[in-house]
Unconditional design. Sequence first.
Length: 391
Amino acid sequence: MKVKSLWISICCLLVAGCWDRTEVNDLAIITAASVDKAKNQEITLSVQIFLPRALGGGAGGTGGGQGKLTTMRNSIGPNIADAISKLQAKTPRQIFWGHCKVYIFGEEVAKQGLADHIDFLVRHPEPRNRAYLYISKGEGLDTLDITPTLERSTAESLREYADLHIGMAVTLVDFRNMLRGESEAAAIPIIENGKKLQKPEDIQVKAVMAGTAILKRDKMIGSLTLQETRGLIWLRDEMNKAAISVQLKGIEGIVSVNPIRTKTKLTPHLENGKWSMLVHVDTEGDVVENGTRLNLMKPELLALVQNAVRADIAERMRMALKVLQQELQTDVVNFAAAFHREYPKEWEQAKGQWEKIFPQIEVHTQINVNIRSPGMISAPAGVPQEEIKND
């Protein structure tokens, strides 16, 4: 009987598995965080905390969609770990990183170096490795304080931008892998200064994405514009969704093509100490807007569009390479990895001089563009039949 009672007691203890649980109402859930430069070599850690009560629409809530679903808290310290400890001391709920979707670094912090901050984020068990990284013009806390028009929070807006692949999309694990690569260089998307986007009308007329930051090891050394970023995306084989708008030589109007499938292949070549790279781009797409008078059902006219798209892709890649090779001398296009795979012995001898070799690499392009369809209609819409050009 005693043995039976003992077993029953043990079983009761085993089934009571929630004795150490933490209720959601006891958590301060971080949705986004920013790190900015402070005085005396310290940093300002700002966090955007989700307000669960706001979803209820009751007192202090949104009241049917009005009001903010997040609140801001910040603290100063020599590093993130110290700042978060100070922040916890003045926060009645347990701070939780597990739902943080976005990390923003101020431009000044990025220039000083991100190594220590990244170390905390990848070492701590709670932060997500798939959270997105951004560098902000100005201070990141100004971006966190923006009230988005469509999304519930700044974190959700920036996550949506990353998913749309308007610019580069870089996660915490992506950044760590870049720095572990042969060239020890990385790229992170830049967002506009939050002070310029405080009003709803500002968000409507100004672009949030501002380009791409280029980092040598962990320090920001320069940036690419949005146009140059498009070229970098082509070079890195990361092109996803982006309309290509071109104007044909001697023809009025613009034609826009939406790529459906793209593939970029890097083919390195090394002969007699001369390094060169062939960038082969293969893309297919459809015409989504025809602002000309051309009947794109005609193969010879469709070929004009294909040639214009080919030239546009080549020019964007040239613009990006000019900055990366001549100005920044930093390889974020994975040329080093391609040479390492193709010429492992030569790479071992030359990798210590890669910063000098990369600017000297002669780059050639081979771009194949196949427009599968002129769209749902053949002739330009709204144009009289007699004005349509068939040759």
